[in-house]
Write a protein that binds this ligand. Sequence first.
Ligand code: ASP
Length: 437
Amino acid sequence: MTEDTVKPRGLWGRWRGMMLWKQIFIALALGAALGIALNQTGHADIALAIKPIGTMFVNAIKMLIVPLIFVSLVVGMMSMQDLGKMGRVGLKTVVLYLFTTAIAITIGLALGILLQPGAGIDMSAAASAVEAEAAPSVVQIIVDLIPTNPIAAAVDGNVLQIIVFAILFGIAINLAGEKAAPVRDFFESLSEVIYKLTAIVIAFAPYGVFALMVWVAGSYGIDMLLPLGKVIFAVYLGCVIHALLVYGGMVRLLARLNPLRFFQGVFEPAMVAFTSTSSSGTLAVSMTAAEKNLGVPRGISSFVLPLGATINMDGTALYQGVCALFVAQAFGIDLSGTDYLTIILTATLASIGTAGVPGAGVIMLSLVLASVGLPLEGVAVIAGIDRILDMARTALNVTGDCAVAVVVAKSEGELDQQAYDTPHVMDSPTLKALRQD
Ligand code: ASP
């Protein structure tokens, strides 16, 4: 008798039969509870000892970034014979990305004004050796899109350059027509292998999420978070508001779909983003969820999601709005209307330039502060709790990418409505699904 025919029994059997999103949710809650308990009982070292399991998971999802983006984008391009359609999808994606980012930062600023996170904080204890990031010039950003060496771009994990090379490579395959048939077949087949590899790694998500949660909760504890509780509250509240209003609204009004289904379908990547704090690292999970849970075809998700993981950072922009006001309030500096506009513009650009890796946002924060002459010492204070803020903003970043993917797919008439309406095909028992194909 094979395992598949055995009815799952006992705790382990029930766990293995559980849907992935439930496993991840339980892992998150257990990890947080255990981490806080370890911290309160003075055993933060145990929490640290569990961290390597989480690091292994994060390494594994990062391992997928380069092959997954390249191969799925080439295959996506192969399915998009029509250059006009490519241009349309690209334009819609970029416009939605910029628009949602500008709203995110505005929500961040509004919450900063309403909740006054910096009131009553004494900044004088902050270290002062922080230097502002230089703003990248727009021309330089565009010039750097073209890789001088695609292998080097892959080695460095330069996502934008990999995207550009993969798009050109895919177009070239289409243009070469019949002569490129073997290359086409090879990439079709390679993409199946890479998707399988992705499924193997994703099956370990609950364990990685658990370990990372134990580590974060264990090393921060509750006491350390209290002084900056208002900043944390403002960023988390902002992320929830933005997700519900902007993404929920977009899915409802632009795509005419049930937003509840969207939030269900995006849960797994959002939670992996929450614990790994890397949108690029989460790509493998978001691409799988977009396809399996949300019905976005690969041709669209393979372009929209890697691009979003690199340039669309609504959570990061929102956080920069809250933090800029936090610093202004803590130093007793009044901001003018022009300052607010400058912050909106700089934070939008900064969030585009922020890499989808842990902690990148706090480095770009210095750029935003410098643009309106706010003291950079504020960055040092925020850096102390940055991981906690990074979790929320990365989850929002990834949710935003998926929302845009759904809206673009729907507007192209390519969304698989049935997959969207019955989410969680990505369900576990993932290992069972792996065995079956
Ligand atoms: N960690 C974020 C991300 O990967 C970037 C940031 O630090 O804001 O999306």
